[in-house]
Design a protein around this ligand. Sequence first.
Ligand code: TC6
Length: 698
Amino acid sequence: MTQVVQYSRRGAVGVILVENPPVNALSQAVRQGLLDALRQGLEDDGARALVLAGGGRTFIAGADIAEFGRPLAAPDLNDVIAAFEDAAKPVVAAIHGTALGGGLEVALGCHYRVAVAKAMVGLPEVKLGILPGAGGTQRLPRLVGAHVALTMITSGEFVPAPKAHELGILDAIVEGDPVDGAVRFAEALDPAGPHPRVRDRAERIAADRGSAVFDEKRRALEKTARGLFAPQRCVDAVQAAAELPFEEGLKRERELFGQCMAHPQSKALIHVFFAERAIGKIPDVPADTPARPVATAAVLGAGTMGGGIAMNFANAGIPVTLLETSQEALDRGLATIARNYAGTVAKGRLTQAEMERRLSLITPTLDMAALAEADMVVEAVFEDMAVKQDVFRRLDAVAKPGAVLATNTSTLDIDAIAAVTSRPADVIGMHFFSPANVMKLLEVVRGSATAKDVIATAMQTGRKIGKVSVLVGNCDGFVGNRMLMPYSRQAELLVEEGAWPEQVDKALQDWGMAMGPFAMGDLAGVDVTWRIRQRRLAEGKAAGSPLTDRLYLMERYGQKTGAGWYRYEAGSRTPLPDDAVKRMIENHRETHQIRPRAISDEEIVKRMIYALVNEGAKALEEGMALRASDIDVIYLYGYGFPAWRGGPMHYADSVGLPAVLADIRAFQQHSGAEWTPAPLLERLAAEGGSFAAHDRRR
Ligand code: TC6
């Protein structure tokens, strides 16, 4: 028998234990091991019943995702499950940790399922762009009905064991050790049977035949899962459970599973799964690098960013001191925080008591000396080098030795900020995204002197406060905003050349972006963009288009002033096209003798997305990002890039780098130097490579 699955006996019960760390994924060896162990259990005359359990931290977290993309080796998981379901002895699944995807499908093939109260079950395949392909769409509805099954399968959400018990997915909740509990449960079973098979349960699903629930779900998903392929196929598969005999339903599930697997969206989402897990792997800061303890924090600046950052610490239970320079600013900041929490309470997502607890963790102060005991200080003052350097000088004088001194700058040089302190090794960038209490991305910016344990501390603290932390290098705009500069520039050029802001935004949104560049510019603030542009112009760098200057002079600073690239009605965030902006653009075109031309959505999307790709490739080659997949994660979590396209670098891979490069060269002929192809892109395209292959080589 293979080692990843072991058979042993406890009294009169045989125990099949999967030992395939870290999550007991159903690799080929596990599938074969399960069949072998089952045979052994059935042949063991001393065993009247069998228990299936996972060793280590979990039951079985699903198929081995790393095996996807190549033909799956025998045995097929469906055959393994059928063997358990048809076993002549009763089989009890003993669930702890998680039973996910293929793991839950195996459990559904067992005759009984018991779990500890802390366990979770779910069919999260849809998040990988696929559907449960080992009978999950056929068996789950037979237990819980189509409505619940559709919710679970199309959302992929995990269900806590007590709820799963209530729904009928689990037969019992057991106390203490799950295997002990399952063995006790199995001892009470009649070995002579009959052993209940989920596939034979017809009563729930019969009631769903011809129900409107399927069409309703399809319509709802058109809105909530816009552009996604797998959720609709999940509905088709569950409907097949209601309308077809079990074996035919399984066949239909298989077909739909194959369609999902062959679709580019599943490749993108599987890429995202591994990309999200790769971000924590930093070659010279290994996972066991000791991090500094962060029991208390401080935030400098109670503006929109500072307030949001302070909330992150409070949300994670870390007491945080919030510093401002005037009582008025402090009061304003605290009022915004209280309003944000109250909004969450009003939506029913937070209790009043929890809100009060979190608020009590935020200590306001006007006194810099109150920061002396903080383990981590995050500066979130005005985005200006002189202001930041002044703050760091003063911070250096009060912060305790060993405190991590972080700046939330979004573009400025970390080394220049660190240089004014006596401890550059303790200085790091922690670039939060606005609104900081909502957005998941955190760029952790490594300065040339930043100590490794400071990097480990910032990455770990980021995770603790609920952020997706990605390590980046110290360059203008770091990775995300650096790439945004040519992206935004293309948006403005497209408008100069003949498109309207709303056409550009719609083209990008239709393509899948959460927001178009002009609506995003209004959210971030036209004044902010303008200030960055002025600095870059002063430094002799490329800096967007003069359209921003015109808008700034019109005092159209974006949503906050009710007018930017769009106009906004009082209390509304809906961007409305504005004739005043059109006139301004037309005037600009006339001044520069630009004859507007019709621009296709295809050109818009290519120019915008390839601008990201080209700059991303430059940042990657310079070592500003550790991996192309890190860049993808940054764009998914910080910039509303659609996960089902995998991020800009994966998207370029999926188009094919030679084709991307050919378009970039054509743009270069038309517009010149700003489209100079990234040397890495040229190399990879020439050698038939991809960003993914480049990542693997590193
Ligand atoms: C399916 O079942 C389809 C069936 C039909 C077949 C016909 N495979 O997330 P973590 C790795 S589809 C391979 O950091 P956590 C992960 O890459 C699958 N590897 O841990 C990481 O490796 P690293 C349906 C996997 O405690 C390590 O395990 N199932 C798999 O925060 C630790 O992972 C799912 O979609 C896997 N299935 O969360 C469940 N799962 O250390 C996917 C994990 O080398 N998994 N790894 O970077 C999860 O949701 C979470 O991993 C978790 C544990 C909740 C199980």
